[in-house]
Design a protein around this ligand. Structure first.
Ligand code: PLP
Length: 458
């Protein structure tokens, strides 16, 4: 019998209490945090959907590994284990451990980039773009047209726009293109997957023009799930085999293990080129640590090695994607406008459509994020004009292209009843949607204002 209920494929043997709060209490707490959810104490949050990065629950196998971590400075056993796991998974010749994804990016793109150089990606994640621009190189996004439309359905909305990729290479000159980066899944594009067909086409273009291809592999296991279930040719492949096939198409990868490594801290960089590796290793030693630990302790290398194997287990991946889809489908049924189809690690609410009476310069996304906290103690993140809006010459807002609120799902942390609670809170949000108020900024810093600005309801 094939039962339709998909259960969490784990038992819970350690718990962390959630402190429950009342709406009155949350009103005071939010005021104290200046209506900025980053300024709340985590213990004052009931369901924390701020990010899926570094927030996972580790397995008993991973915790067991913590006890046998080899903390030797050079050549530790735990390093060998992590290196073997990553070499087996990626097939790349060299592995460099880093404390998280952005450190791998800084080292790699610092070595590959520089003034006059250009990188092209389906969408650069914000730390990727920042590290490229920090090296004085340029980052160009080439997402597909359909990938930019929140409500249009397509199985692989994270794909690279191949014709735009080729025209950009020709226009800017292939000698100026330092690298092409394929982000799987496409995080900034809504956690949408990239197909193997698209990855193969990107790889073909890279080979033709002799440009290195790098995979941003943060969520490659989740991407493999979508390929197996949406691309006929790969139905019979294991998830790991699909990931291996994708790594095969490229020359190297960066990964934040805080995502599909199912750990709280860690990352790596893996490459085939001896010459580039040597350059990167020098950087690694100067800023992260010796080549056999980078910025990671031995026990964490144990946990990464185990996490990278657990993440490809079919029961885990099915549960993972099913739980995100469940939330998205229930919200859609209630009439909550979301980005479709639902991606791998998060559900994105279209706040501009939900609060259509709030103009964009009154930040409908920030208003929704605040109301989710007030009504249910839920913490989500605004991905709209607070985060990406710019100022025009007269101080007016140049809005972001979309006003989204992201509900990111931590791995193995919440059960279905937690998700049902979130859905119930949304019923309350929907009931009061017409009464929702806009938000104004009362104090803001020069850079990355979403982290520290102060806000007020209008
Ligand atoms: C999180 C993330 C990074 C950066 O990793 P950190 O560990 O946060 O430094 C890079 N790319 C993508 C797609 C990510 O999601």
């Amino acid at each position: 019998m094939n039962y339709k209920t998909i259960i969490e494929p784990f038992r819970i043997k350690m718990v962390e209490a959630i402190r429950m709060t009342s709406e009155d209490e949350r009103e005071k707490l939010l005021k104290k945090a200046k209506h900025n959810l980053f300024l709340l104490k985590a213990e004052d949050v009931i369901i924390d959907l701020l990010t899926d990065s570094g927030t996972a629950a580790m397995s008993s196998q991973q915790w067991a590994g913590m006890m046998i971590g080899d903390e030797s400075y050079a050549g530790a056993k735990s390093w060998k284990k992590m290196e073997t796991t990553i070499k087996d998974l990626t097939g790349y010749k060299h592995v460099l451990p880093t404390h998280q994804g952005r450190a791998a990016e800084r080292i790699l793109y610092g070595c590959m980039g520089g003034k006059g150089k250009i990188f092209i990606s389906n969408t650069h994640f914000d730390t990727t773009r920042a590290n490229i621009e920090f090296s004085n190189a340029e980052a160009i996004d080439c997402p597909t047209e359909i990938g930019k439309k929140p409500s249009s359905k397509h199985p692989f909305k994270g794909n690279m726009n191949i014709s735009k990729l080729i025209s950009t290479i020709n226009k800017r000159g292939k000698e100026n293109i330092a690298g092409i980066i394929l982000t799987v899944t496409n995080n900034s594009g809504g956690g949408q997957p990239v197909s193997m067909k698209n990855a193969k086409e990107v790889s073909r273009v890279c080979k033709k023009y002799n440009i290195p291809l790098i995979i941003d592999a943060c969520r490659i296991a989740e991407n493999a799930y979508f390929i197996k279930n949406r691309e006929k040719e790969y139905q019979s492949y294991t998830y790991k085999k699909i990931a291996q096939k994708m790594f095969d198409l490229a020359d190297g990868c960066t990964m934040s293990a805080k995502k599909d490594g199912i750990v709280n801290m860690g990352g790596f960089l893996a490459l085939n080129s001896d010459k580039l590796t040597e350059k990167c290793r020098n950087e690694l030693i100067i800023t992260e640590g010796f080549i056999t630990y980078g910025g990671i302790s031995g026990r964490d290398m144990e946990a990464i090695s185990t996490g990278l194997q657990e993440v490809f287990e079919p029961d885990y991946l099915q549960y993972r994607i099913a739980s995100t889809t469940y939330l998205g489908e229930r919200l859609t049924k209630m009439g909550v406008p979301i980005m479709l189809p639902v991606g791998g690690h998060a559900v994105y609410i279209d706040a501009k459509a939900l609060y259509s009476h709030i103009p964009v310069d009154q930040f409908p996304g920030q208003s929704l994020a605040c109301n989710l906290y007030l009504k249910g103690g839920i913490r989500a993140s605004e991905i709209g004009s607070v985060m990406f809006g710019k100022k025009g010459p007269k101080g007016e807002l140049i809005p972001a292209s979309m006003e989204l609120v992201r509900l990111a799902i931590p791995r193995r942390v919440y059960t279905q009843s937690h998700v049902d609670y979130v859905i119930e809170v949304f019923q309350e949000i929907m009931k009061n949607r017409k009464k929702a108020k806009g938000i104004k900024i009362v104090k803001e810093p020069k850079f990355l204002r979403h982290f520290t600005s102060h806000f007020k309801f209008i």
